[in-house]
Design a protein around this ligand. Structure first.
Ligand code: NDP
Length: 280
């Protein structure tokens, strides 16, 4: 019987995960199906349990269910525990559900292996203090940056988040103004770009050797990427992170590492095609 996987969220129709995992399955010759699963906001646990009771093998979990997935899992990986959120559920042979969080590994993979941007010894500015920022902090710290400063629109949330990582004062938090710049790397983990908004940042956070990464992606550079490029930074969007975090999930489920570059090119071309169709 073909193994069943899915991404569960609300909304879910926009998710690119089925395209990515079907491409990984074709590439590696795996007999598996991967669908979208829409769950009512108050029914995550029952829908996920029914999926696994019907022989489902694994789920990706997206907004707004990453905390519910952490509560549902029988066991958490260290990185899921540090993030306090789960984006991948794996049904073990003993019937227990393992919860993992692959977002941070996906980001680190995209930054260091695909883009070849260094992290060790770097001064990093992380914008945002929501689930995405929380999920990537421990994997970023494991790359031994000099310091990570978290800046958020609501300063208190950034301060609180920094306090969860008392690594010798290397992680600090605060608001968007009065930032101790410039930084080697600025990562936008806020959702501002989704609504075409730009966090109110001083240009002084960017210098001529700054790189700027937006976790949001699209057919065109985001407003944050355009701003950073105007200030002199090299920029990238989060499509590579999306593909790399999916590859980490695929590895947990199938024990295989798919190639990322062909899938990334396919998605990039698809985003461009959709944009052209919308314009016509
Ligand atoms: P949350 O809703 O948990 O957090 C949103 C964060 O963005 C908060 O810190 C919020 O600040 C901040 N924010 C929202 N609007 C603005 C604005 N106009 N100006 C400044 N700050 C703003 O979202 P997530 O953390 O889960 O996700 C953040 C982004 O990361 C999303 O866009 C998501 O699509 C993307 N993402 C991409 C992934 C990928 O693979 N590429 C993986 C995971 C996430 P405040 O606290 O003040 O409200």
């Amino acid at each position: 019987m073909t193994d069943q996987y899915a991404v569960i969220g609300n909304p879910i129709s926009h998710s690119l995960s089925p395209l990515i995992h079907r491409a990984f399955a074709r590439q590696t010759g795996q007999d598996m199906d991967y669908d979208r699963l829409l769950a009512p906001v108050d029914a995550f646990a029952s829908i996920a349990r029914s999926f696994f009771a019907a022989e489902g093998r694994g789920l990706n979990v997206t907004v707004p269910f990453k905390l519910d997935a952490a509560a549902l899992a029988d066991q958490l990986t260290d990185r899921a525990r540090a993030a306090g959120a789960v984006n991948t559920l794996v049904l073990g042979s003993d019937g227990r559900l393992l919860g993992d969080n692959t977002d941070g590994a996906g980001l680190v993979n995209d930054l260091t292996r695909q883009l070849r941007w260094p992290l060790e010894g770097q001064r990093i500015l992380l914008l945002g203090a929501g689930g995405a920022a929380r999920g990537v902090l421990q994997p970023l710290l494991a790359q031994l940056p000099e310091a990570i400063h978290i800046a958020n629109r609501t300063a208190a949330r950034a301060v609180q988040l920094a306090q969860r990582f008392p690594q010798g004062g290397r992680v600090t938090g605060g608001g968007l103004d009065d930032l101790p710049g410039p930084f080697n790397l600025v990562i936008n983990a806020s959702s501002a770009s989704l609504s075409g908004e730009m966090p109110a940042l001083p240009a002084a956070v960017i210098s001529s050797d700054t790189r700027a990464y937006d976790m949001v992606y699209g057919a065109e550079p985001t407003v944050f990427m355009r701003w950073a490029a105007d200030c002199g930074a090299e920029t990238a969007d989060g499509l590579g992170m999306l593909v790399a975090q999916a590859a980490e999930s695929f590895f947990l489920w199938r024990g295989l590492h798919p190639q990322l570059a062909p899938v990334l090119s396919e998605l990039r071309a698809g985003l461009k095609r959709n944009q052209t169709d919308e314009q016509n």
